[in-house]
Design a protein around this ligand. Sequence first.
Ligand SMILES: Cc1ncc(COP(=O)(O)O)c(C=O)c1O
Ligand SMILES: [Zn+2]
Length: 428
Amino acid sequence: MSTVLHDTPRTSTNQSSFGHARALVCRACGAEQPLGPFYACLECFGPLEVGYDFPVVTRAQIERGPKNIWRYRALLPVRDDIASIPNTEPGFTRLIKADNLARELGIKTLWVKDDSGNPTHSFKDRVVAVALAAARELGLEVLACPSTGNLANAVAAAAARAGIKSVVFIPDNLERPKILTTAVYGGTLVAVRGNYDDVNKLASEIAGEQEGWAFVNVNVRPYYAEGSKTLGFEVAEQLGWRLPGQVVIPVASGSQLTKVDKGLTELGRLGLVDQTPYKIFGAQANGCSPVATAFRSGHDVVQPVKPDTIAKSLAIGNPADGFQVVKVVKETGGTGAKVTDDEILDAINLLANTEGIFTEPAGGTTLAVARALVQRGVIKPNESVVVCITGNGYKTAEVMRDRVDQPVTIGRKLSDFERIVGPQAVSA
Ligand SMILES: Cc1ncc(COP(=O)(O)O)c(C=O)c1O
Ligand SMILES: [Zn+2]
């Protein structure tokens, strides 16, 4: 397969290739460096993120855009004609008013942001789409990642659509369907004997060696992370250009949570919404809760853990953005919380039974944490709540095996059916 993205790979970058992005800015010391395949500050090794010189952006401009994340292109590090370049075109997933679930939880107004509707059925399509755009501009010819599963799907699919190679590294104990649903896109899939943190370490070493590769969540992480802002943009737009009051978001590396916050802040600064206060709550599983544990103990320092939970997509024991999650969540007045695997499975059932949405354990974690925080009086039942359901249950259906009824088996005659339900039920 051809891996050529540009006639001549670019060594220096053209600013307009990255839209209104100005530079990479260090989150720790504020130093700036040019846009490029970098993720650590040259001054202090702090994490880099994209800084912009935003133009005037109006709601009408955005509303005229395509029904995918590129409607927000003026707020992303992408070129203006990005919508015409093949990518997976994720986003604009539904935000549903979940009245049945709200009643169950004792909340007045509850919204579910159902990101399982993305092309490979998780929010990861958003971040990969922006990372792919950056890879193209930087002349990087292979799309790669270490993954807890959903990112593997998204990278392999996006590379296929872009006509480039993908190399995906996963822990060897990943759920079988997530392996199959990555392999089907035809890239190279490498299962590493170890957990995600081992895979991530190996990937970082390889990223240092393979100059032409875009490891979406390593050397192009600043661009990749910007994709998560679109989840926040959409929620605000779908609420009628209002910021949500309370938002519950799952945490693995912590990138998504911190960038949803960045997105909501930018909307306020640009005058696209009123700058009303919002609280963000971070959700983790007991078996991998470095961030939630830091909250409980009142520390800013996130101590790495060895994950052991059914929420495998959240099983990152040493989260890259853990410190930033603690900071952001505290600043908004929210908190981090954790739940047991049993509570996660209960929540998956509850969401399916009340709203017809089948989520994976990451979504179960988020809903279970929302439920626990309502019970503890931390989430206010009279202020609106948005629960971010970031992945689909069909990839991890096995976890529900002991939680569902087996079908009733009957013979082929109408009388066989009547015997189990009664003749009146049939004619009714
Ligand atoms: C479904 C799902 N939700 C949430 C997350 C957490 O994302 P982040 O690593 O940005 O915290 C992941 C990470 O893999 C995921 O797969
Ligand atoms: Zn720095």
